[in-house]
Design a protein around this ligand. Structure first.
Ligand SMILES: Nc1nc2c(ncn2[C@@H]2O[C@H](COP(=O)(O)OP(=O)(O)OP(=O)(O)O)[C@@H](O)[C@H]2O)c(=O)[nH]1
Length: 380
């Protein structure tokens, strides 16, 4: 009788290695506080959706649209805002009014670079919380800043063991402001600095051309032509107020690592040098008191008429005299408007929060100008 071989066959050895690796992973997750049975219950990967697009293009509008249209689904949201003061958390639909399950705000930098570690921690904590509370999460939506390069954000899903094991990047959805997109695509950037608007389009799995109400057919055609030069494959959807059928952007399995690697062989390298355009900065104003609506209108209209080329984005939540609601102000270059939103909570002090993002911003001038609209100025 032939002697029995005790060495495993090649496929067996491979399987043993896989099982060992899986055991190691489980041990690691256990160390991190994730119970094994809870992990087993959440075997299917959580889809992640990256919403990107230049400042003011309509990302938050899209996020709110998704949250409202998919009422009943459980989404966690990671919100990353550029600027000294966060405003968007006040503008996102909260759970009680059909909104998100968990909202994590990251306002100390851009998740594509300075707070990328926070993004990883944020995703990990969402996974842990979901595994521990035993409820299925339908997805994670990440809204990037308008100045983000989406590539490093996407790379996060391949750079961390736990995230890679438990999440899948469903797609990068890029929102385009039909009125202002071309001017940002054409901007000359300093040496070594990427044009974010171009990158956001290049990496898109879906392109939402929003604000079609602000342009005519010829402008739209010209824009489509330019967009197609940067990204020839992603389906383009034309919208107003980011109203898109949600199944065209969620659950699309649009992200293909192979396709990205074909055009960007460095994509998975962790040491990629990423630089923001340092000439673009933000000025935040935060001060108590109430504004006079007429003075506010005159000041902002004059400011944006004269400086709106350089002031890319303005947004604020303001306390207007005689108005019990928070007054939400939005500006994109020279187009601006405002309206009362929800009531100021009684226990909350009425503090005006306003943010400007753009080039050559004069902090003193902006602060002085805003203070001149206050009925009574309380503060420094
Ligand atoms: N005219 C017009 N305005 C729109 C449309 N979609 C959104 N807006 C407005 O544009 C402004 C900016 O929209 P947001 O959704 O906040 O844009 P965003 O991309 O999240 O902005 P940032 O986070 O600052 O980059 C808001 O006042 C919206 O109401 C549209 O289709 N047409």
């Amino acid at each position: 009788m032939e002697g029995l071989s005790i060495s495993p066959t090649q496929p067996e050895a491979k399987r043993v290695k896989e099982l060992q690796a899986e055991c190691k992973k489980l041990e690691k997750y256990q160390e991190e506080g994730i119970a094994e049975d809870a992990l087993a219950a959440s075997q299917s990967k959580v889809p992640a959706h990256i919403l990107t697009g230049f400042l003011g293009s309509g990302k938050t509008t899209l996020l709110n649209h998704i949250l409202r249209e998919t009422h009943g689904k459980r989404f966690a949201v990671i919100e990353n805002e550029f600027g000294e003061i966060g405003i968007d958390d006040k503008l996102i639909a909260r759970r009680e009014d059909l909104g998100a399950e968990q909202i994590i705000e990251m306002n100390n930098g851009c998740i594509c670079c300075t707070v990328r570690g926070d993004l990883i921690q944020g995703l990990r904590s969402i996974l842990k919380k979901t595994a521990l509370d035993g409820n299925k999460l339908d997805g994670v939506i990440i809204e990037t800043t308008g100045l983000a390069d989406p590539a490093p954000v996407a790379q996060t899903f391949f750079a961390d063991d736990l995230i890679q094991a438990r999440m899948t990047l469903d797609g990068i959805i890029t929102v385009v402001d039909a009125k202002h997109c071309l001017q940002h695509l054409r901007e000359e950037k300093p040496e070594g600095v990427e044009n974010e608007a171009v990158e956001q389009l290049a990496f898109a799995d879906r392109i939402i051309v929003n604000k079609t109400d602000l342009v005519d057919a010829a402008e739209l055609e010209g824009l489509t032509y330019e967009v197609r030069k940067i990204n020839a494959v992603a389906p383009m959807i034309y919208t107003q107020n980011s109203k898109v059928a949600v199944d065209e952007i969620i659950g699309i399995r649009g992200f293909s690592l192979d396709r990205v690697l074909e055009s960007d062989t460095e994509f998975l390298k962790d040491d990629q040098d990423h630089q923001h355009d340092q000439s673009v900065s933000s000025v935040g104003i935060e001060c108590p008191g109430e504004c006079d609506q007429e003075k506010l209108n005159i000041w902002i209209a004059t400011l944006l008429r004269e400086r709106g080329v350089d002031i890319f984005r303005t947004k604020g939540v303001l306390a207007v005299k005689g108005c019990n609601q928070r007054f939400v102000f939005q500006g994109i270059h020279m187009i601006f408007g405002g309206q009362p939103q929800d009531d100021w909570p009684e226990e909350e002090e009425r503090v005006n929060r306003l943010i400007f993002i753009g080039r050559n911003l004069d902090r003193e001038e902006l602060q002085r100008g805003f203070r001149s609209t206050l009925v009574t100025y309380i503060g420094p």
